[in-house]
Write a protein that binds this ligand. Sequence first.
Ligand SMILES: C=CC1=C(C)c2cc3[nH]c(cc4nc(cc5[nH]c(cc1n2)c(C)c5CCC(=O)O)C(CCC(=O)O)=C4C)c(C)c3C=C
Ligand SMILES: [Fe+2]
Ligand SMILES: [Fe+2]
Length: 345
Amino acid sequence: MTATVPNETAKPAAAPAQPRVGVLLVNLGTPDTADAPGVRVYLKEFLSDARVIEDQGLIWQLVLNGIILRSRPRTKALDYRKIWNNERNESPLKTITRSQADKLAAALSDRAHLVMDWAMRYGNPSIKAGIDALIAKGCDRILAVPLYPQYSASTSATVCDEVFRVLARLRNQPTLRVTPPYYEDEAYIEALAISIETHLATLPFKPELIVASFHGMPKSYVDKGDPYQSHCIATTAALRRRLGMDETRLLLTFQSRFGNDEWLQPYTDKTMERLAKEGVRRIAVVTPGFSTDCLETLEEIAQENAEIFKHNGGEQFSAIPCLNDSDPGMDVIRTLVLRELQGWI
Ligand SMILES: C=CC1=C(C)c2cc3[nH]c(cc4nc(cc5[nH]c(cc1n2)c(C)c5CCC(=O)O)C(CCC(=O)O)=C4C)c(C)c3C=C
Ligand SMILES: [Fe+2]
Ligand SMILES: [Fe+2]
């Protein structure tokens, strides 16, 4: 085996008196532009990751390049345009992740040797750019923060893969820590409960029930040992306890099915249809697996699933915002980061 010599030395611009500690918030990623070429570049990178589509064999290559990347970018670009932040010309996922990093920096500004940055696993700003920037500012230790409350190989692990790949190129590596999943941390469950209660208090109607919709994944990934489903179940159970609701008042579903394989069930869209057909008229949907609002919450839930519910007889539908950069949301991130920085600051 030939060893690869890591040759790059990412040097700090000027060595600070006290070495700094970097915190890198990492979210999934999103297209740079809300048009077919932008979505194509993003989807190609995303769907070429073996953590996301595990079988990257010849058949998948043909399906990806011959079918998906020819048609999906056009239709998805239309969806992205419905939710695009036109003021900044970027997707909400980017705007909110940046704001989370800015607010975290402000909250921890009394610790002069802490440096905050943010990155996207797919697209821009890249994890490499984030790590390079932290090193350039003098960080010799980095805490990577995958912004996923529930662990899955297709999200959290692929963030680590990319961080390790970037570090593997360096001769002089910073020391690394990674935050663990926080699917039943007290601060997270409390923040979700507060955000649900605050939102419900603003509604002109009282929902008969709440649906907690998580991003889905192929069932086979869970069968092979991915703990994601059990983390989603644990989050929902903790939330039920905190809100005093049983499984008939706070339902657990999985959204965003992609491809023809069986995904985790019950499916969110089928549940919307069933509930409306069974006579439920008023519901609210919360999306606890997404730390920031994005295409999957602002378009798929708030628009598509609202439409499915109403089309089948439902009357009132409300999508509860993600924790985003709200005060309760920032409490979660700050608590997590401060806990994992212990001994470093
Ligand atoms: C096999 C495919 C996919 C798996 C597994 C998967 C897991 C997964 N994804 C998220 C969070 C997000 N996914 C988002 C978009 C998105 N996801 C997939 C496919 C899989 N996701 C696709 C193809 C897309 C792109 C949109 C589309 O073409 O349908 C997003 C939104 C990004 C944005 O730009 O706003 C998020 C966030 C989690 C938490 C997860 C874990 C199981
Ligand atoms: Fe996804
Ligand atoms: Fe979707």
